[in-house]
Design a protein around this ligand. Structure first.
Ligand SMILES: [Zn+2]
Ligand SMILES: [Zn+2]
Length: 124
C-alpha cells in the first residue's frame, strides 16, 4: 500500500505536463470585438519536470495552437489560419492593398470589400 502511494505520488512528475505559457502582451484583431485590441499571446507547451520539485527539464516544446486573450471582451480565441489576428506590438490596425482595385482592405479580411477580389491563403 505504501509503495503504491509512492508511485502515485511520483507519477505526475514523470508525465509531461501541458501548460499554457504567456508569451507576452501585444495587440491583435479580436474577432469578438471586431477591432484591434490589447491582448496576450499564449502558447500551449509540453514540459517535463524533474521529480516532485517543480524543476522544469526543458523550456517546453510548443504543442498546440496559439491562443490570444483579449483584454477587453475578455475572451480567448484559438488561432486558426484563416483569420488575420496579426498579433504584434503595433496598436494600429494594418491594411493591405487590393491587388485588383488598389483599395485598402482591413488586415483580417481576405476578400476586398470594394471589388470582391479574394486573396487566396495557404496555397490552396
Ligand atoms: Zn475582444
Ligand atoms: Zn478590390
Amino acid at each position: 500500500m505504501e509503495l503504491l502511494h509512492f508511485f502515485l505520488h511520483l507519477l505526475p512528475s514523470l508525465v509531461p505536463k501541458q501548460e499554457k505559457v504567456c508569451r507576452g502582451p501585444g495587440y491583435f484583431n479580436c474577432p469578438h470585438c471586431g477591432r484591434r485590441q490589447p491582448g496576450e499571446l499564449y502558447e500551449t507547451v509540453t514540459r517535463r519536470y524533474l521529480g516532485g520539485h517543480g524543476i522544469p527539464l526543458s523550456h517546453g516544446e510548443a504543442s498546440g495552437p496559439e491562443v490570444y486573450r483579449c483584454l477587453v471582451c475578455p475572451k480567448e480565441v484559438t488561432a486558426y489560419g484563416h483569420y488575420g489576428y496579426d498579433f504584434g506590438p503595433h496598436a494600429r490596425r494594418q491594411t493591405w492593398k487590393c491587388f485588383h482595385c488598389k483599395g485598402e482592405v482591413p488586415y483580417e479580411r481576405f476578400d476586398c470589400p470594394h471589388c470582391g477580389y479574394r486573396f487566396q491563403v495557404g496555397g490552396r
